[in-house]
Design a protein around this ligand. Structure first.
Ligand code: PLP
Length: 403
């Protein structure tokens, strides 16, 4: 069986995890701090806080920004449930918009019509690793009429004076947009280091801050470190210093810090990340080459004039396939022992979001993009021979089902 996206775990990763285990310090400590610094250096943002998942990082972040009941946050309808769930749990209302036909990312026109005086943030999602249109989004939220109708409800929001631009960068670590890396493209970006993502720490995430210069990023870092550790003003490592046992709890915080065991995996992953990107790029090009002359194939966009994907997901669409025939094609592929997937079921198809009033018929592009989409395996250890097996299997399956 060719798996869909196994992690790259080899002797170097294992050795670094063992070193962390033997070091005498296994929770947040020197490896986590180093990992945060390395991410900041790589992404070119201002400061980075490592956390235990994208989800909890974003949850704490929304709380920190003061987003809650009565507020609205705009997200694409085409994303993983996490993007919406954190908004629901914050007490705010998720406002879903449709996507572009060509690239699975949220549509700027749809965002524009969704903005109201209650809009506090827009969360763009870099689906498959291709960055959303951050320049257009930033221009939009800086338009005079949009700024005029913005209501700040605390000091931070007042200081920014406009809608906050968030990036769900769960897929896009290493992606480039106008010469800048993901993590530095929005006011605040959040990565996921879940086991299936491009860069993994088993579970984990990082919040990358890149707010305007009048924000003090070193105090933001200190504030966030407190917030992700119950509001304690000292972390466990600081408390072990001689005579430093006493601490205060400055607010009721959350608990979602990254451990040094996770960071050990991340440090190695990041150190050799370019190798990973290069391999993924090569697989993308092999798929692209194999399908570009097939009349039924709609290849995904992954390199454009101003964007380079992180090559996370190869989102192939089968022209002429409907939901049912797409599922049948996938079954044929599985029968060849090749794992494929669908990214994503648009949120309005799922019970939780239907129950709060979302209707799939309001998001026709999202539905169309989902109905004939099949994600193909892409990962470092996938060999060229396996890529060929995937290609042959897809071609055969399409022929069998669509004729
Ligand atoms: C994986 C993923 C998340 C959630 O990441 P976790 O680290 O598992 O919390 C959020 N958004 C998108 C688009 C994802 O694919």
């Amino acid at each position: 069986m060719i798996p869909f996206s196994p992690p790259r775990i080899d002797d170097r990763v294992i050795a670094e995890v063992i070193a962390a285990l033997k070091s005498g310090w296994i929770t947040t400590g020197p490896r986590t701090k180093q990992f945060e610094k390395d991410i900041t250096a790589y992404c070119g943002n201002q400061t980075t806080v490592a956390v235990n998942s994208w989800t909890m990082g974003m949850q704490v972040l929304l709380h920190w920004w003061g987003i809650g009941a009565g507020d609205e946050v705009i997200i694409p309808s085409y994303t993983y449930c996490a993007s919406a769930n954190v908004i629901v749990h914050s007490g705010a209302t998720p406002v879903m918009v449709d996507i572009n036909e060509e690239d699975f990312n949220l549509s700027i026109d749809k965002v524009r019509s969704a903005i109201t005086p209650r809009t506090k943030a827009i969360m763009a999602v870099d689906i498959g690793g291709l960055p959303a249109d951050y320049v257009e989004l930033m221009n939009l939220i800086n338009e005079e009429i949009i700024i005029k109708q913005f209501h700040a409800s605390n000091e931070k929001q007042e200081k920014l004076g406009r809608i906050l631009l968030l990036s769900d960068s769960a897929h896009s670590f290493g992606a480039i947009y106008n010469g800048k890396r993901s993590g530095s493209l929005a006011d605040i970006s959040s990565f996921s280091f879940h086991a299936v993502k491009n860069l993994t720490t088993a579970e984990g995430g990082a919040i990358c801050f890149n707010l305007p210069d009048d924000f003090d990023h070193s105090s933001i870092y200190a504030e966030m470190c407190t917030k992700i550790l119950h509001g304690q003003n000292k972390d466990a490592l600081a408390k072990t210093q001689k005579g430093n046992w006493k601490y205060d709890v400055v607010e009721p915080g959350f608990k979602c810090n990254m451990t040094d065991i996770q960071a050990a995996i991340g440090l190695i992953e990041l150190e050799r990340y370019q190798e990973n990107l290069d391999r993924r790029k090569s697989i993308f090009h092999q798929y692209n080459q194999a399908f570009k002359n097939e009349s039924w194939a709609i290849n995904p966009l992954f390199e454009t004039e101003n964007k380079t994907s992180s090559y996370h997901l190869y989102l192939l669409r089968i022209d002429g396939a409907k939901e049912r025939s797409r599922d049948a094609i996938m079954q044929e592929i599985f029968n060849d022992d090749v794992s494929v997937n669908v990214h994503f079921q648009p949120l309005p198809l799922l019970t939780a979001y239907k129950n709060i009033g979302f209707r799939m018929s309001d998001y026709p592009e999202a539905y169309e993009s989902f109905a004939n989409e099949i994600s193909l395996p892409v990962y470092f250890d996938l060999t060229d021979e396996q890529v060929q097996i995937v290609i042959n299997s897809v071609k055969k399956a399409v022929k069998t089902i669509l004729g």
